[in-house]
Design a protein around this ligand. Structure first.
Ligand code: ADP
Ligand code: MG
Length: 250
């Protein structure tokens, strides 16, 4: 399996937020995680991307245990993510946000930073080129110089995607990529996510909009109270009694 969790468990004091989850993410596919609020979806992403350490179990990426690596090391392996709440520099422009985000993730040493070496200048040029490229991919070319406070929620979501894409990820984790946007904008963002997948990036997303998930996911995992209660294709999930029960609160 491309990316896999084994017996993944996270406890916060007496609360088990993720409980013994085995899940495989398929390469080149759109994988989705659904479940009621508080089910442990974001925690699951935090465990994979190194923000939390598992209480038990492991995360294997291409066969290697990454569960003890810090977030930047995991990012360097080609694992990118966005957050449920977009955390952009509101007073900077769209372009600046992507350049700074990218720079924070590319290593330059103190010597370079102080003496502004030729290598550093070249690196900066590359950052800027890369930023323009991913902004174009995300459909933001026309608004690169707008200050983030003044753009729409949908555009902010696109900026967050661009930031993640600037690291040239192999796999991208999107936590509620369409939260807070209207149905038309959801459609537009779905197209962008599909475009990422077509480019060969493995996608894993958390979503509440069932129609969108049913249309675009190849594989779905359902979480409820930290446990995996179902896994399968959209058709299989749609007809699963456990899932219906969890959603109806039965
Ligand atoms: P979801 O994303 O599915 O809505 P979360 O993963 O955010 O759910 O949260 C799962 C459960 O874990 C919730 O009950 C939440 O309150 C709890 N939780 C999440 N993060 C922490 C934390 N850092 N400390 C304590 N409890 C947490
Ligand atoms: Mg969440």
């Amino acid at each position: 399996m491309y990316l896999e969790t084994r017996n993944l468990t996270k406890r916060f004091g007496g609360l088990t937020a993720i409980s013994g989850v085995d899940f495989g993410i398929e390469r080149g596919k759109v994988n989705a995680i659904i479940g009621p609020n508080g089910a442990g979806k974001s925690t699951f992403f935090h465990l994979i991307t190194g923000i939390h350490r598992p209480s038990e179990g492991e995360v294997l990426f291409k066969g290697k245990d990454i569960s003890k690596l810090p977030p930047n090391k995991i990012a360097e392996l080609g694992v990118a993510r966005t957050f449920q709440t977009t955390n952009l520099f509101e007073r900077a422009t769209v372009f600046e946000n992507v350049v700074v985000g990218h720079r924070l993730r590319t290593r330059s040493n103190l010597f370079d930073a102080v003496f502004r070496t030729k290598r550093l200048k070249e690196e900066e040029e590359k950052c800027k080129e890369k930023a323009l490229k991913v902004l174009d991919f995300a459909g933001l070319s026309a608004i690169t110089d707008r200050v983030v406070t003044n753009i729409s929620q949908e555009e902010k979501k696109r900026v967050a995607f661009a930031l993640a894409l600037a690291t040239d990820p192999e796999v991208i984790f999107l936590d509620e990529p369409t939260a807070g946007v209207n149905p038309d904008e959801t459609e537009e963002l779905s197209l962008l996510i599909e475009k990422m997948a077509q480019k060969g990036i493995t996608v894993c997303l958390i979503e509440h909009k069932m129609k969108m998930i049913m249309n675009m996911a190849d594989k779905i995992m359902v979480l409820n109270y930290g446990e995996k209660i179902a896994e399968g294709t959209p058709e299989e999930i749609n007809n699963n009694d456990e899932v219906i029960k969890a959603y109806l609160g039965g």
